[in-house]
Design a binder for this molecule. Sequence first.
Ligand SMILES: Cc1cc2nc3c(=O)[nH]c(=O)nc-3n(C[C@H](O)[C@H](O)[C@H](O)COP(=O)(O)OP(=O)(O)OC[C@H]3O[C@@H](n4cnc5c(N)ncnc54)[C@H](O)[C@@H]3O)c2cc1C
Length: 539
Amino acid sequence: MSVLKAASSRQYDAVIVGGGHNGLVAAAYLAKSGLSVCVLERRYVVGGACVTEELSHGFKVSTAAYVNSLFRPEIIRELRLRDFGLELLERNPSSFTPFPDGRYLFLGPDQAMNRGEISKFSDRDASRFSEYEAMLNRMADFVEPTLLRTPPDPLSSNPRDLLSLARLAKGFRGLGGDGYGLIEMLSMSAWELLDRWFESEELKVTLATDGIIGTMAGPLTPGTAYVLFHHVMGETNGARGVWAYVKGGMGALTAALAQSAESFGATIRRNAPVTQILTENGRAVGVRLESGEVVSARIVVSNADANVTFRKLVNETELPSDFLRGVKQIDYSSGSAKINVLLNEPPKFEALQSDGVGPQHRGTIHISPSLDYMQRAWEEAEQGRPSTNPILEITLPSAIDPTIAPPGKHVMGMFVQYAPYSPRDGEWSEASKDAFADRCLDILAGYAPNTRESVIQRQILMPTDIEREFALTGGNIFQGAMHLNQLLFMRPLPRWAKYRTPVRGLYLCGACTHPGGGVMGACGHNAAAEVLRDLRRRI
Ligand SMILES: Cc1cc2nc3c(=O)[nH]c(=O)nc-3n(C[C@H](O)[C@H](O)[C@H](O)COP(=O)(O)OP(=O)(O)OC[C@H]3O[C@@H](n4cnc5c(N)ncnc54)[C@H](O)[C@@H]3O)c2cc1C
């Protein structure tokens, strides 16, 4: 018996480092197939960036991620998440964009409403909008099935890769002319894409937010059209592209996942930070916790990002130098901040007044009046400065979910672009964070003047805080940028996109793998499938 096994508290088939939503998905599938599984999460709560925390008595805040549509419905079914309390609350209208001149634009799942709303700004755009959505839907029909599959490597001559490539090529041919559009989309900017379709600034800027969200890029940066597309995939209760709140906050999704994994026999341990992934003869054999305890396993699956996994947890001497060089080159830049605010009353928009909650509060509220405004915000960030006029994506989930705030009170999430990780005029301090949050609230107050007086409490998360709280390198919300050179068979690195790593028995299952960031569950599902394939079992 090795020294390691003698010292360890228990031997599992699989130990999972990190209880983010992907780690939990992987745990549930592995346990479901009969393996003994232990999840080790460093925080006091599982969920990673998909979590709900009580900021003050009765106020439940989705600390990081705040809306869902990407989470794969197949996983909801197979892991019986509805039986464990998962409930998705559709948002209709799904977005509200007020403008400084007092006009506003609603968009949502109702096509007749969309036509009426868009025609306030352009009749031409109103007639083209459903065609635009249909084009995105056809592309999504092609891309979505690839999400729950390991990406084939186009340079490999392995029969499995060749078969998978042939299947992809067949599907791609089925796209007809949209195929060219999809390739263009991978490299175009969101602004260029939207300019091809629409003339109204108000519609374009509302749609463009999806292209820059969570991304250190501006609306004119090549590749942002793909980020926009990434955000229109997904569904809610069968309706394509519809974003939902999770009843009880995003943490209710990961709580359901944890219960599902436990129902299949998985052990989940919180407050269990892993400090080292242990190897013997080039093979992962377990982990060491901060407490010194050793948990041994036949395989180790890391839900942490590639930088954390390979530069903090694995001994670098176990890794080929070109692999390590590749890990060091992964783009983790971020300009996203999250400000969670507890409110005495909902924002009262001058553009659309209501007594209490109205339709303007149900969906995402966009504060970014023009593409030029967006571009200027980006240009400052590119120079290393927080945007003077940041882009605000605001949600008020308590408008349709009474379980997350005391009666009459509200929780508001502000997802803000851009707040660079390392501002050139000085690192983030409590004073500069407060000043930035004040600026964001002032901008909102320009549209809804009651906001400032209504604030009970706020929580400010800059990229540095996101990195510290969630172990997300650089504060990058996707565990690595979603640029073309870090997607598909290049995610996290070329030749290593099949969830395996240079250390035998060590796998990755987080958003750093295909198909990337967002609360999708696909990375965890695909990683579990590859582990089981190596163990000659089926998912
Ligand atoms: C501010 C913000 C807003 C977002 N908004 C949305 C949104 O609205 N919708 C959406 O779909 N996506 C959103 N995202 C993106 C999405 O939340 C992430 O891409 C996704 O949650 C990643 O999940 P994951 O399980 O792969 O990794 P993570 O959530 O990063 O989980 C990794 C887990 O590993 C743990 N861990 C790391 N190191 C160790 C260690 N040494 N020992 C033990 N545990 C460890 C971490 O604590 C964490 O729990 C947002 C992200 C952020 C940060």
